[in-house]
Design a protein around this ligand. Structure first.
Ligand SMILES: [Zn+2]
Length: 149
């Protein structure tokens, strides 16, 4: 799954739980979301073409953008920023741990991470695999920024 839906759900968890227990919940959310049939940049191949690099960078920048909006929404309160940032990291951590494997740094740890990730990934073709992620992000943005609490 792309970074943006993972980040959006991580922020939702941070905003809803508002305590350090949100961090492991955000980590678990990663695997739960990966169970949703989804398409990502590596569904049909692993080569780092230019379009993939641009798409990955765009996904990253959108994730940073929603994080910054979240920090503004919580008034840059250091505790809320810490929980929010921590949840963003934890919600994306399994994918980050996969990066060394794809950069040909293959060892027991990176191979184990890839096996765990592969167990949870339910891949789907484009565009149908993108649809649940778009809906998830829209739902998350609505809950985060448009529902008054
Ligand atoms: Zn994943």
């Amino acid at each position: 799954m792309l970074q943006l839906p993972h980040t959006t759900v991580g922020l939702l968890i941070a905003y809803s739980v508002k305590s350090p227990i949100a961090l492991p919940i955000a980590l678990l959310s990663h695997f739960a979301l990966d169970l949703i049939p989804h398409w990502d940049f590596f569904t049909n191949g692993k080569e780092l073409f230019l379009w993939r690099k641009i798409a990955i960078l765009t996904d990253f920048l959108l994730s940073v953008g929603i994080g910054l909006l979240y920090f503004k929404m919580v008034g840059y309160d250091p505790y809320q920023v810490f929980i929010g940032l921590g949840c963003c990291v934890m919600a994306n951590l399994p994918d980050v741990l996969e990066i060394p494997y794809f950069l040909n740094w293959k060892n027991r740890l990176t191979t184990a991470v890839l096996k765990i990730q592969s167990f949870f990934h339910w891949r789907c073709c484009f565009p149908w695999g993108l649809l649940p992620q778009v809906l998830l992000v829209l739902w998350g943005v609505f809950l985060l920024f448009f529902v008054k609490r």
